[in-house]
Design a protein around this ligand. Sequence first.
Ligand SMILES: Cc1cc2nc3c(=O)[nH]c(=O)nc-3n(C[C@H](O)[C@H](O)[C@H](O)COP(=O)(O)OP(=O)(O)OC[C@H]3O[C@@H](n4cnc5c(N)ncnc54)[C@H](O)[C@@H]3O)c2cc1C
Length: 401
Amino acid sequence: MTNAQRRLSHLDVLISGASVAGPALALNLQRYGARVTVVEKSTDLRAGGFAVDFRGHVHREILTAMGIWDEIHARQTHMGRQIVVAADGSPRVDLPSEMMSGDVEVPRGELAQIMYERTRDDVEYVFGDSIATLTDTAAGVDVTFEAGAPRRFDLVIGADGLHSNTRRLVFGDESRHLRFLDHYVAGFEVPNDLGLDRTGRLYSEPGRAIALGNYDGDPDRAGALLVFRSEQLSYDRRDMAAQKRILAERFAGMGWEAPNVLKALEDADRVYFDEIAQIHVDRLAQGRVALLGDAGYGATMGGMGTGVAIVGAYVLAGELALAGGDHVTAFAEYESRIRSFAKGCQKISGNVGPFFAPATERRIRSRDRMYRLLSSRLMGGFFKRLTEKAATDIKLRPYPV
Ligand SMILES: Cc1cc2nc3c(=O)[nH]c(=O)nc-3n(C[C@H](O)[C@H](O)[C@H](O)COP(=O)(O)OP(=O)(O)OC[C@H]3O[C@@H](n4cnc5c(N)ncnc54)[C@H](O)[C@@H]3O)c2cc1C
């Protein structure tokens, strides 16, 4: 065991959620010898989701320290141009890949898989369960589960996403923290009817949009991303049939590829459906419990939620290691370092709904004019610098290695 690995070898940590933030923290804590358990309510590691990207030197530095930079590169999408089209499929605006896909882009499910593979031998993953109650005591957190036996942990980290269970149990009702941004997003797989080859198409009508993209070069499959403007809906998040019905209603009568996409939706066995929303909490930690990733500072699409989650996981583990496991010091440092960084990323994603699905025909046309401007070489560079500025606006401390 190295000195770094001894730093947290006395610590038992429970992480709720095994998507991006959870496995990223597990991977970082593993480097310091902590005993980590991850509980995930889904019965297996969830696949799917659109491609996520990394940009700038901070992401690169952290992914390199985590030992996964090369593998991410090996599995990158190599996504090419995205073209905004009219109803007949003719191009309206051509967006270069640097604008949309960052420095390196990888499918979300593959990123989760990479980190899961790197940790599964040393980390205990418990699928198909969820935290039922948390009691924070001076000696540890007493945790009961929906299915498993009660256990005590030194620390509990909520990495369970926008609708975090941990946040609800410790910080209060979701309505206090979730800011709904008037749109919904859905993602699922469709047949590659357009024969796309690592390129994408986007079609918008007032208040709704469909993007199709071929990310992995598989000639038969493509990903569909649907965005629509809406009042906040009440539906059962576990009821996929209900979500399919909502989508079918909202996209009925739409032009371009919509009829084919809706047909594929009927057969899709995995559908990601969620609000476009952000999370704003007063504090990221209470006692021995802290929030990480979307659970604590969800930014939604365009806010680099995945990049922020990775940075958060790295900083949280690093601060715990520096403090020798003293959570009071480590959580305070984590909070002070990550909060304004995460807010900066949230700022650039506030308009993502109207960007995909402007509310009127006029706004669609003015968005396209703006896209055209942004895709010019000069403005493209400006756009890249803007997103990169938010992604790099944090000074990393040297953590033990
Ligand atoms: C299947 C899937 C597809 C996605 N697709 C997209 C997409 O297309 N576009 C986009 O912008 N973002 C998408 N996201 C969200 C994106 O992954 C996050 O915004 C970002 O990567 C930050 O990740 P996170 O780990 O903090 O949160 P999330 O990725 O949301 O992960 C939260 C995890 O916690 C689990 N969980 C939830 N409740 C509980 C509970 N009670 N107990 C235990 N575990 C729980 C969830 O099953 C999930 O695995 C997707 C997420 C998932 C899980």
